[in-house]
Design a binder for this molecule. Structure first.
Ligand code: AMP
Length: 934
């Protein structure tokens, strides 16, 4: 029995007591050699023979032991006369002890356990071996002895087995319980706590009871395999590939539902396959659904031409994508040539233009003689998620695939509103097996939604992604990467020209119809042939484009794609230098084996983060990792595979630009400041060329190194603005740093490179004003009001006129008129090449440019003391110079000339000017005040 512990017990070394009555000898029984102890003094009276075991050590928990004896007792009748004194029993005794007492033996220390009698007596002819088991309870000392007392029997002891019982180590309901010694009379059921198996969890501590007989009974508190695992033979095993389990339960993993990706083992949920989605109300464990196909058979019936009324009706889509929540929306456009315009608010739809569940709508208030285009879109609960252009290889592939070329076509859904109709596409592709160096991407800007790409390698997989660009160049949603392969051999296809596939894919499916209404009225409107049109004609212009990490279903893939994984042992943190939204920023050292040691900044993710926060944190690295420019903060790498995620970037000794300039107020010449701006503009040009819109460009997000090089930083996704203390919540829930943001971006979230240019203008102002806060202490509301009323920041003190003119250009209301970053870099370069151009200083109005508190009283100066005045213009460091020179009243200050200021020890030109200008302003204000006083 596995649960029976047999104590070492040797009769051979047992001590013999009592007049040599007991002898030991070997005997053969059933072919086996036995060592036996026997006594047979049946004819003599008052026998008292003892046999004692050696010391039996006791395991602490074993308070109850079993003694199993095998013995033979001779029949007294077989001894004739001796039978009078002959006995047929013997006694079992025990004595507890904490130590082995050797051969010392005292009868008095032994307690009787039982009288042992045979079931069957051995007669002359027949040998009977008896087995009897007795229990010794309540043992408490370190060990014990057993002793056998013979009182005149003819008995042979063949064996004694001493054991206790245990409940063996076991696993019950996914909890493991250790081997447990069974209890005794005083504790018949022993409660034992267990531990859940790996990858199993329980709400309640698992428990079970061990009985005296070594059996487990009544398990309490079940463990269950956690999500992604199922129970297989008393253990939790990862769900197989293609299966998932969303929560801890006793259930088995389920096969991934329809239209989901069959992930590797251990999936918690099965994400939707590309092109399939779950609506917010769909359970995350349910199937994914596709987008509906286009509505069919759209018909327009003119009911009352004279009143400008139409009835549009159509058939539901052939393919509803497996959903029943199909609705329709109508869009009306008036197109002339390629120029389309929304029909505007005037047109009436009955019952409505959106959310229609019926397949008809009546349209009224149409003008006669005009050409209207109606678009009916089918939507479903998942349309929302599909603002992506999905590239699609023409089918069948034989018509569009050769060994060196691929034809692709795609469509974009949901169709953008008329104002931002996509008129070009950015197709990015690369060889699948290329290493992930982003520079190997080829980007084509296309006006059409199809293309044939030739000169490809035969039998090679390429990855494609399409991004729709709206008419103003704003990047729209982009598709997931799709893979297509060129064929292995040159196989002439029947038709290898590009074919437009009209297959409807994407967020909503549409059907167009052109409704002719009598005459086509010619209008003299000219299509605007802006610079963009020329741009389009350069169709195959390869350039590098920023890839939004959001296009990756798994943000971790994006990080690994764009950033190098660093082993944490290569990073040494030295000192905290700042605090970001996600955790502390450290200065430190990066030492990758085989590479030079570099100083780095290490952004950390504070403990207790959620998975979303981790992804948001790392998104900054996914973005930064795509850039490589002198004026963009360089990503060294990331730590994602360890618990403490980190982002490691180059170290910028002088920290944030706003702070740096405030600390060095007046210490730089215009030339140096413009040099800084040139760097920032170059970085921004690079970003805008990559179609990246920063949205939070401000001096606080520019970092400065020890050679005064400025680099653009802060590239988070959600953290853009959320992280920024300047961000102000808007009613739509977003956060906008009002002072730095272009009006259209505040008004309708139109963030573009042109809005970044506005922000750059503010950065120019911040730099030229040595880190002064834009619009000083005006409230956000006052700033917005002022901007609306065409007010712009005045020139900072000492600002070259050309630089201020450029700021004003950046702040043009009409964003299309603002300079582009390319123009800005060129202009700043020009200024730097001819320093004379910086000599003309912009008009400076000290009353506006130096923050003056509201005046109180009519006693001339609004300041009560010189120190109060110096503090207001942030020149307190000169308080002592003024006092030492005996300038102690504001009247004296007002009398000071530039020379006097220099003489009292103000040397830095910037400071000198600040003080002088302030005095000028005060004089001006004093006279104004006196005028009022009169
Ligand atoms: P951030 O979370 O990027 O706003 O960083 C918080 C602060 O840490 C910044 O304002 C800087 O003072 C500092 N910091 C961030 N990155 C760097 C860097 N690369 N070099 C030096 N200081 C940095």
């Amino acid at each position: 029995f596995s649960n029976i512990f047999v104590a070492a017990f040797s009769m051979r070394v047992a001590s013999l007591f009592g007049e040599d009555a007991i002898s030991s000898k070997g005997m053969t029984l059933n072919g086996s050699q036995f060592y036996t102890y026997s006594v047979c003094n049946v004819g003599e009276r008052e026998q008292d023979n003892w046999l004692r075991t050696t010391f039996i050590q006791r395991r602490p928990a074993a308070s109850r032991v079993f003694v199993e004896l095998q013995f033979i007792v001779r029949d007294c009748n077989s001894f004739g006369d001796s039978s009078v004194t002959c006995k047929e029993t013997f006694n079992l005794f025990t004595s507890e002890s904490d130590a082995d007492v050797g051969t010392t033996f005292r009868k008095g220390q032994f307690k009787k356990v039982a009288t042992i009698a045979p079931d069957e007596i051995t007669s002359k002819n027949e040998l009977h071996i008896n087995t009897e088991t007795r229990v010794v309870e309540n043992l408490s000392r370190k060990g014990f002895y057993l002793a056998f007392q013979d009182i005149g029997a003819c008995v042979a002891l063949l064996s004694a087995r001493v054991y206790y019982k245990t409940c063996p180590a076991t696993v019950k309901s996914l909890a493991s319980f250790p081997e447990t010694v069974a209890g005794g009379e005083n504790q018949a059921l022993r409660e034992v706590s267990g531990v859940c198996m790996d990858n199993a969890i329980s709400e309640e501590l698992p428990r079970i009871y061990c009985t005296v007989d070594g059996e487990w009974v009544v398990p309490v508190g079940q463990c269950q395999c956690k999500s992604g695992y199922e129970e297989v033979k008393d253990a939790c095993q990862e769900c197989q590939a293609g299966f998932f389990k969303a929560a801890a339960s006793g259930d088995k993993c389920e096969p991934c539902p329809a239209n989901t990706q069959k992930l590797n083992s251990g999936a918690l949920v099965c994400p939707c396959m590309d092109g399939f989605y779950r609506a917010p109300t769909d359970p995350p464990t349910g199937p994914c659904s596709g987008l509906p196909s286009a509505p069919r058979d759209l018909v327009a019936t003119t009911t009352q031409l004279s009143t400008g009324k139409l009835l549009l009706s159509w058939q539901p889509p052939e393919d509803t994508g497996g959903r029943s929540d199909i609705t329709y929306s109508i869009e009306c456009q008036r197109c002339e040539g390629v120029v389309c315009q929304s029909c505007g608010e005037k047109i009436r739809y009955e019952p409505a233009s959106t959310g229609l569940t019926d397949t008809k709508v009546s349209v009224s208030e149409l003008d006669a003689h005009l050409n209207y285009t109606f678009t009916v879109e089918a939507h479903s609960g998942v349309s929302l998620f599909a603002s992506q252009a999905t590239p699609r290889a023409n089918k069948p592939p034989s018509t569009s695939r050769t060994s060196t070329s691929l034809s692709l076509s795609w469509d974009v859904f949901p169709r953008p509103r008329v104002q931002s109709r996509p008129i070009r596409y950015e197709l990015t592709y690369r060889k699948k097996d290329d290493n992930l160096d982003v520079t190997t991407y080829i980007v084509l800007i296309l006006e059409k939604n199809f293309v044939q790409i030739s000169k490809l390698a035969p039998g090679t997989a390429y990855l494609f992604r399409v991004q729709a660009l709206s008419s103003d160049g704003t990047p729209g949603g982009s598709s997931m990467e799709e893979q297509f392969e060129t064929s292995l051999e040159e196989r002439l296809t029947q038709n290898n020209t590009a074919v437009i596939s009209c297959a409807a894919v994407g967020g909503a499916a549409m059907l167009f119809i052109v409704v002719m209404v009598l005459f086509l009225r010619r209008r003299n409107s000219h299509t605007r042939q802006g610079p963009e049109d020329t741009y389009f004609s350069k169709q195959l212009k390869p350039l590098k484009t920023y890839v939004d990490p959001h296009t990756y279903e798994d943000p971790n893939t994006a990080v690994l794609k764009f950033a190098t994984e660093i082993h944490p042992s290569h990073i040494t943190k030295q000192k905290v230098i700042g605090a970001g939204e996600f955790g502390e920023v450290y200065r430190g050292i990066l030492k990758v084996p085989g590479r030079k040691e570099v100083a780095v900044a290490i952004k950390t993710l504070k403990p207790g983060y959620s998975e979303k926060q981790r992804q948001d944190f790392l998104s900054e690295a996914s973005i930064m990792g795509q850039f490589s420019h002198q004026n963009i903060i360089r990503l060294e790498g990331v730590v994602t595979k360890f618990k403490h995620a980190m982002i490691v970037t180059e170290y910028m000794e002088n920290g944030a630009l706003d702070r740096y300039l405030r600390d060095h107020d007046g210490e730089f010449a215009s030339f140096q400041l413009v040099g800084m701006l040139r760097g920032i503009a170059a970085g921004m040009k690079y970003l805008s060329d990559m179609s990246y819109v920063h949205r939070d460009l401000a001096a606080r997000n520019i970092l400065v190194n020890n050679t005064l090089e400025c680099k653009v930083s802060d590239f988070g996704l959600s953290r853009v603005l959320e992280d920024d203390p300047e961000g102000t919540y808007t009613t739509s829930g977003g956060k906008i740093p009002i002072r730095w943001t272009a009006p259209e971006a505040i008004a309708y979230r139109k963030f573009t490179s042109a809005s970044d240019v506005w922000s750059f203008g503010i950065v120019m102002w911040e730099v030229m004003a040595f880190g002064e806060r834009p619009y000083w202490d005006m409230s956000n509301h006052e700033v917005m009001k002022a901007i609306n009323e065409a007010f712009r920041l005045p020139a900072p003190m000492d600002c070259p006129s050309a630089v201020y003119q450029l700021m004003l250009q950046c702040w043009l209301q009409d964003r299309s008129k603002r300079p582009r970053f390319g123009d800005i870099v060129n202009l700043l370069d020009k200024l730097l090449r001819s320093p004379d151009s910086l000599k003309t200083i912009a008009d400076f109005d000290p009353r506006v440019s130096i923050r003056l508190p509201s005046t109180s009283g009519s006693d001339g100066s609004p300041f009560r003391s010189v120190s109060e005045w110096l503090e207001s213009i942030k020149m307190s460091q000169y308080s002592e110079n003024f006092t030492c020179a005996g300038v102690v009243t504001m009247d004296q200050v007002l009398q000071m000339k530039n020379e006097d200021i220099k003489n009292i020890g103000v040397r830095l030109p910037g400071h000198l000017k600040r003080i002088a200008y302030s005095i000028l302003g005060l004089k001006d204000q004093t006279s104004t005040l006196s005028v009022f006083a009169v």
